[in-house]
Write a new protein. Structure first.
Length: 114
C-alpha cells in the first residue's frame, strides 16, 4: 500500500479500500496515529469510507438502468423486426409481379411488337 508520501488521491481504489478496511476498527486516537504514519488525513479516509458505502447503491442503480435499457432495446428490436417483415413481404410481392410481367410478355409478347 502506498505510504511513501505519494499523493493519496492518486492511489488505486484497491489501496483506498484497504485503508478503509484497516482503519474501520480504530478509535479516533489510533486513526490519527495511522494517518500520521501514512501521510493521510482523517477526512480523506472518511470520504473513502463514504464512497465505499455508496458503491453498492450505485451498483443497484446501474442494474436498474441496465434493465430499463434492456427493455427499451427489446422493444426497439421487435419494432425493427416487424418493419423488416413488412419490407420483406413488399419485396416478395414486387418480385412476384416482375416475374408475372415477364411471363405475360413471354406469352403475349411486348406491346411494342404490335
Amino acid at each position: 500500500m502506498p505510504g511513501d508520501g505519494k499523493n493519496p488521491e492518486g492511489w488505486s481504489s484497491e489501496h483506498k479500500f484497504a485503508v478503509v478496511l484497516e482503519t474501520a476498527p480504530l478509535n479516533a486516537a489510533e486513526l490519527a496515529e495511522y494517518c500520521r504514519r501514512k501521510g493521510l488525513y482523517p477526512e480523506q479516509i472518511a470520504a473513502w469510507r463514504a464512497a465505499c458505502q455508496t458503491a453498492n447503491a450505485n451498483a443497484a442503480e446501474q442494474a436498474r438502468e441496465q434493465r430499463h435499457q434492456s427493455k427499451d432495446d427489446k422493444k426497439r428490436i421487435q419494432q425493427l423486426e416487424k418493419e423488416l417483415q413488412r419490407k420483406e413481404k413488399a419485396l416478395a410481392e414486387a418480385a412476384a409481379l416482375l416475374i408475372l410481367r415477364k411471363k405475360a410478355q413471354a406469352i403475349w409478347g411486348d406491346k411494342e411488337d404490335d
